[in-house]
Design a protein around this ligand. Structure first.
Ligand code: BG6
Ligand code: MG
Length: 216
C-alpha cells in the first residue's frame, strides 16, 4: 500500500450533484428579491458556505441587508432546498461514487466526509450512503469555510491519520485550495483547467482506480 491511508470526500459535486438544487433555491430567492443570476455565476458558489453564498448573491443584486435579514433569507432558501433534497433517491449518486467508496474501504483505507453543508446527514441518508464513512465532518462541526483547511484537518484528526497520508476528492476550487493548505494530496473532480494545483484531475469517481490512488 502507498503512503495514502485515508480518503476524504467532499459531498456536493463529488458524491452527488446537489448544485442544481442549490441553484434552483438560490435563484428563487434572488427572483423574489427582484433580480436573477446565471448558471455561470452559480459556479462561484461551489464549496462556499450558505451565509457566504448569500452574501455573494446579494452583492450581485446590489442589495444590502443586515445580519438578521441575512439569516432569515438563508433560512428561507434552506427550507426550499430541504424540500428538494428530501425527495432525492440513490439514483442520484454520481457515477462510480458508491463503487469507489466501497472499493477503498475493502482495501483498508479509512473514509471521511469533508463537506461545508449542514444538510449532509439528510442527503447521505436519502441516497443510502450514510454508513459508508468512518467519520463525518460537515458545516455543523466546522464553521470556517473552505478554502480554510479546517473541515479536512478535523476529518484527518478524527480518523487518527496524519494529513500527509490523506487524499481529498474535491470539485470546487475553494476545496482544492483547502486540501492543499492542509498539507494533503488532492484529486480534483472536474476540469483540470479550473482545478489548478490538484495532484490529479478526473472527470468523476468512475475514473478513479486503486492504482491511481497509490501513485499520488
Ligand atoms: C457545499 C456546496 O457543499 O455546501 C455549497 O458546494 C453550499 O454550494 C454549502 O452552499 C453549504 O450547504 P448547506 O446545505 O449547508 O446550505
Ligand atoms: Mg463540492
Amino acid at each position: 500500500m502507498s503512503i495514502i491511508k485515508a480518503c476524504i470526500f467532499d459531498l456536493d459535486g463529488v458524491i452527488v450533484d446537489t448544485a442544481v438544487y442549490h441553484y434552483e433555491a438560490w435563484r428563487r430567492l434572488a427572483n423574489q428579491l427582484g433580480f436573477d443570476f446565471t448558471e455561470e455565476q452559480n459556479e462561484e458558489l461551489k464549496g462556499i458556505s450558505r451565509i457566504e453564498s448569500l452574501k455573494i448573491i446579494l452583492n450581485w443584486g446590489n442589495l444590502q441587508k443586515d445580519e438578521d435579514e441575512i439569516i432569515a433569507l438563508a433560512t428561507l432558501k434552506n427550507t426550499w432546498y430541504v424540500e428538494m433534497i428530501t425527495k432525492m433517491t440513490p439514483s442520484e449518486i454520481l457515477p462510480g461514487a458508491q463503487e469507489f467508496l466501497e472499493l477503498v474501504r475493502e482495501k483498508g483505507y479509512k473514509t471521511a466526509l469533508g463537506s461545508a453543508s449542514k444538510n449532509s446527514e439528510t442527503i447521505l441518508k436519502q441516497i443510502g450512503l450514510f454508513d459508508h464513512f468512518d467519520v463525518l465532518v460537515d458545516g455543523n462541526k466546522v464553521t470556517k469555510s473552505k478554502p480554510d483547511p479546517s473541515v479536512f484537518l478535523v476529518g484527518a484528526e478524527e480518523l487518527g491519520i496524519d494529513p500527509s497520508a490523506c487524499v481529498v476528492f474535491e470539485d470546487a476550487v475553494a476545496g482544492v485550495q483547502a486540501a492543499l493548505a492542509g498539507g494533503m494530496k488532492v484529486v480534483g473532480i472536474g476540469n483540470e483547467k479550473i482545478l489548478k494545483g490538484a495532484d490529479l484531475v478526473v472527470a468523476g469517481l468512475h475514473e478513479m482506480t486503486i492504482d491511481k490512488l497509490e501513485r499520488l
